[in-house]
Write a protein that binds this ligand. Structure first.
Ligand SMILES: Cc1cc2nc3c(=O)[nH]c(=O)nc-3n(C[C@H](O)[C@H](O)[C@H](O)COP(=O)(O)OP(=O)(O)OC[C@H]3O[C@@H](n4cnc5c(N)ncnc54)[C@H](O)[C@@H]3O)c2cc1C
Length: 376
């Protein structure tokens, strides 16, 4: 790690420890990240880490971004989810497929943290089968008219822009039938529907986005007409690595708690860390953390070398999210009764991390991707 990255990591680690961790319990209880914390994160440039300075980013690149997500997720799950959806799938859609004008008009304020971004592909009838979406985009002169309902959209209630995926041709689906649009939040006809009450990451907003005759100019098309699904699949690779980095961070956070607890908690006249069954748990957890870390670093290497990493992103996303779940659960076991009560953060960490096996493609869908690439 070079010196600049080391300083960046220490800065994020300090922010996570001193600013985010003390708010973690309240974020979960009130379903809200304090505005002051969001502003501080924006001032530190945390909403545009991988993007170039020309477009309002910090210019640190993807490795630094994933490192940041890992550090934040060690202490809390909502903020990394908010930043993750905002950066890897919403802003990054504009980064990879946007025109120069679109990058200046939208990527810049997104990366500077002026407002949040959201990415809307999921619909009530199209989850794992995202290409089966039914939101329609109809051309009317220089405009396109969008009609449909999106669900489970992260950041939507607070977002300034939403990248909306809609069908320009229902018969073509993923092969030329889906277009991505940059839709400003105050466009007439766009409204926020039900805001979900969730099991975990309760400080991250998740809602419906309702589109009723939403008229957007053709200059708001992201990339080419019919090529939206390609944009979605491309940015989700970055998204899946972000989820893996978050899972790794949460696993490390819970592991550290368990190790410290095991050294201090005494039963039968000695620290529970003296018992071989506890030692075995600690060793197994450490082995999995090492495996997760190695897989993540190797996949980031591929990304940085400009090599394909679609299958690898699915491997690490499924592996890290499942192992993090297991590690946090084992940490709860090490803490005994204290692991199960809200005075200790492990139960919140378990709830926050559970989503990692579901969003941006479930564990089952990641296995479909892996098997497809292996068997092709
Ligand atoms: C908190 C949260 C935030 C989210 N944020 C966003 C967002 O910002 N933007 C967005 O567009 N979406 C978002 N989503 C949607 C998310 O990506 C989907 O929920 C997810 O992809 C799964 O879709 P589904 O819920 O419709 O489940 P379904 O697709 O109905 O799946 C149900 C079950 O069937 C399994 N299954 C489905 N197909 C197959 C198959 N081919 N083989 C084997 N098993 C299969 C699944 O793995 C799962 O176990 C979010 C969801 C949540 C809960």
């Amino acid at each position: 790690m070079n010196q600049e990255m080391q300083i960046f990591r220490e800065t994020i680690e300090r922010f996570a420890r001193e600013k985010l961790a003390p708010e973690a319990e309240a974020i979960d209880r009130h379903h809200k990240i304090p505005e002051t914390l969001m502003q501080e994160a924006a001032k530190m440039g945390l909403f545009g880490v991988p993007f170039s300075e020309e477009y309002g980013g910090s210019g640190f690149g993807w490795r630094a971004y994933y490192m940041m997500i890992e550090e934040l997720a060690k202490v809390e799950g909502s903020l990394p989810s908010v930043i993750g959806a905002h950066t890897t799938i919403a802003s990054n859609s504009i980064n990879v497929s946007g025109s120069e004008e679109q990058k200046k008009a939208y990527l810049k304020p997104l990366a500077e943290g002026t407002y949040l971004g959201a990415f809307a592909i999921t619909e009530p009838g199209a989850g794992s089968d995202a290409a089966g979406l039914r939101t329609r985009a109809e051309k009317q002169g220089e405009y396109w008219v969008l009609n449909g309902t999106k669900c489970f959209i992260t950041n939507a209630p607070s977002a300034g822009v939403i990248v909306v995926f809609a069908a320009n041709d229902l018969s073509k689906g993923a092969r030329g039938g889906i277009t991505a649009f940059i839709v400003e939040k105050d466009t007439p006809g766009l409204s926020i529907g039900k805001i979900e009450d969730k099991f975990g990451i309760r400080g991250s907003e998740t809602s419906e986005v309702i589109l009723e005759d939403v008229k957007v100019h053709e200059s708001q098309i992201l990339g080419e007409v019919g090529q939206g699904f390609k944009t979605a699949m491309r940015v989700m690779q970055n998204g899946r690595l972000s989820i893996a980095a978050g899972a790794l961070g949460a696993a490390k956070g819970a592991f550290e708690l368990a190790v410290n607890y095991a050294k201090e908690r005494k039963q039968f006249g000695r620290p529970i860390a003296d018992f071989q069954m506890i030692q075995s748990k600690i060793a197994e957890m450490k082995m999995e953390i090492y495996a997760m870390e190695s897989m993540l670093f190797r996949t980031i290497d591929l990304l940085e070398q400009g090599k394909p990493f679609n299958m690898e992103a699915s491997i690490i996303k499924a592996y890290a999210s499942e192992k993090a779940d297991w590690i946090i659960n084992e940490s709860m076991q090490v803490l005994g009764g204290n692991g199960y009560i809200k005075e200790y953060p492990v139960e919140r960490m378990l709830r926050d991390a559970r989503i990692n096996r579901i969003f941006e493609g479930t564990s089952e869908v990641q296995r479909v991707v892996i098997a497809r690439e292996v068997l092709r």
